[in-house]
Design a protein around this ligand. Structure first.
Ligand SMILES: Nc1ncnc2c1ncn2[C@@H]1O[C@H](COP(=O)(O)OP(=O)(O)OP(=O)(O)O)[C@@H](O)[C@H]1O
Length: 244
């Protein structure tokens, strides 16, 4: 079974080739680490799945067939890079998490008891209940990330995309987010997470994909992180230092 299927996706920004015939399947109940140097196309891949960027070729399928109702439930949660978010926006932490419920709201668009309950549970899981009334911009970097993870939890997404969720995050918030992601995966969520922290990958993910416009390697983490692959993707072996 496939939770997310990316088929032969190519994206250009004007003359810049950002993604070159990328195909990737995500299974439910799994965590896949997406690695690659700056500019390798990781954020573009997320934006293509979210429909923010339109691919020149290829397609993205969520929920891998099944009934239309099943696909509708199978929403995709997205935790963008911090730079993509307007932190001055006048929303409280609770409001941000509630935006995850928009796909669930009924015809009146007013949150109901079960929407409030889902938000309460999500805030509790990321330990932000005490800060829920604060304006989102008045949180620390790690707390902001946790707020967006809570939004995805409230959404009950079956696919979750996280773009560098550990950038600027301390070890404690990182550990909180890592164990939450594992719980979500154990509950069936398919997770794709970009990271520059190669050392943390074995603790974080079940599988790794190495991107440089094209997919250079995909599979078992130890195999993907083999020096020859890293040299191809980064020009150096980031786990060892420059190649002489
Ligand atoms: N809006 C845009 N307009 C033009 N070029 C863009 C745009 N967004 C990204 N690019 C280019 O597309 C390529 C892929 O960028 P992308 O942001 O997807 O990389 P990334 O792997 O997420 O990088 P990083 O690790 O730095 O976040 C880069 O060459 C980048 O300069």
């Amino acid at each position: 079974m496939t939770a997310l299927s990316i088929r032969d996706v190519t994206v250009h920004y004007g003359p810049v080739l950002a993604l070159d015939h990328v195909s990737l399947d995500l299974a439910p109940a799994s965590i896949c680490g997406l690695i690659g140097m700056n500019g390798s196309g990781k954020s573009t891949l997320f934006k293509t799945v979210m429909g923010i960027v339109r691919p020149d070729t290829g397609s993205v399928e969520i929920g891998g067939g099944g009934s239309a109702a099943a696909r509708k439930r199978a929403a995709v949660g997205y935790v963008p890079q911090a730079e993509e978010i307007d932190w001055a926006f006048p929303l409280s932490v609770r409001d941000v998490v509630m935006t995850g419920r928009y796909g669930h709201l009924g015809f009146t668009r007013r949150p109901r008891r079960r929407d409030h309950d889902a938000v309460d549970v999500a805030l509790d899981r990321v330990h932000l209940t005490d800060l829920q009334d604060r304006q989102i911009g008045q949180l620390s970097g790690g707390q902001r990330k946790r707020a967006f993870v809570a939004r995805a939890i409230a959404q009950e997404a079956s696919v979750l995309l996280l773009d560098e969720p550990f950038a600027g995050v301390d070890k404690r918030s990182e550990a909180t987010i890592t164990s939450l992601l594992r719980e979500l995966a154990d509950d069936g969520t398919a997770i794709l997470i970009s990271t520059h922290d190669l050392q943390a990958l074995p603790r974080l993910a079940d599988r790794a994909v190495l991107l440089m416009q094209r997919i250079l390697a995909d599979g078992d983490i130890a195999d993907v992180l083999r020096p020859e692959n890293l040299v191809r993707a980064f020009g150096i072996d980031p786990l060892e230092g420059p190649v002489r």
